[in-house]
Design a protein around this ligand. Sequence first.
Ligand code: ATP
Length: 380
Amino acid sequence: MKSLGSIRRSFAPWTDPDAKPYISFRNVTKRFGDFTAVDNLNLDIYHREFFALLGASGCGKSTLLRMLAGFEQPTEGEIILDGQNMAGTPPYRRPVNMMFQSYALFPHMSVEKNIAFGLRQDGMPKPEIEERVKQMLKLVKLEQFAGRKPSQLSGGQRQRVALARSLAKRPKVLLLDEPLGALDKKLREETQFELMDLQQELGLTFVVVTHDQEEAMTMADRIAVMSAGHVIQVATPAEIYEEPKSRFVAEFIGDVNVFNGTCKGVVDGKCEIAGDDGLTIRIQSADVPPTGTKAGFAIRPEKMRISAGPPADSTVNAISGEIWDIGYLGDMTVFYVKLESGKVVKTSQLNAARTVDDPFGYEQQVWVSFAEDAGVILKD
Ligand code: ATP
């Protein structure tokens, strides 16, 4: 049997120029009075994609989701879903269902009745409702809780009831607004994988709003990083992390060290940046900024080595400094190294061996080094 990982890796319709998007936002703007919450935004989402909208509070993620669901109308632009322009289509006529952060379960109704609610409203015949509810309870593994009220359930179980209720009407697209917000860390992690399995099993398109980058990285096929009503970058989690297209994305996702400097052009086949911190950085890159322009270089802490002496290979980028701070996190140790310029660089090292001694101590002189392909050039 193929693992979920390999199924997900082979799913990439956005790389196929002939693939038609399932959901398209075309030049969509949403204004509330004179405030622009979504600004001339274009975005394509594909059938069966697990898509995440990621951004800080107030960047317009929920507004985008609410426009797709039909609870808000775009001020300008259009939203196309499965080939249909959604303008004028009320929420209940859209092949979309939304699961809210608060779950909005009916407290006086049992789990079973909560799940059946939408189907009853639609006038589905009773035996079919019973069958569908049974399927849904099985899907979210809550068969033995059918008769309980929401208050008699744990946070995770309530989340699963809300999910079952949203899926009961078999929407083609499920919109999830901070679906795991109410769960504690461990349960969140478990539930992330449950959601991914469910989405695969049902072959649905999921659009999830989150401000939690780890959650988006774990679950999504692609992530749209949003800021102030704009989409800054849309890419797979690995591309977003390894190849951020801008300083904003590099700094927003994960930890990063950014060196500022001036591009010296191509020297011996490598792009050289004269860093403001006294380090000349050689980078393997096909995308070299014009000579003499300001450029940045972003490198993740885990891509940097720390050693007592300079690296033997003189082609490796390296700079010396002093251990400024140490953070022992169990699985890894984070070393903050202060360079002569005063800049503090963050490096991390996996604790693969079981030892209580750190290899480096406070105020020790060390070298920080990294390979020519370990980071990315930032042009903005
Ligand atoms: P959060 O993570 O906090 O939910 P978000 O990215 O989902 O944030 P939105 O809810 O989409 O943000 O809101 C985007 C901006 O639009 C915010 O500044 C918000 O105050 C504003 N906004 C949203 N709805 C309305 C409304 N009905 N009237 C006026 N302003 C609104």
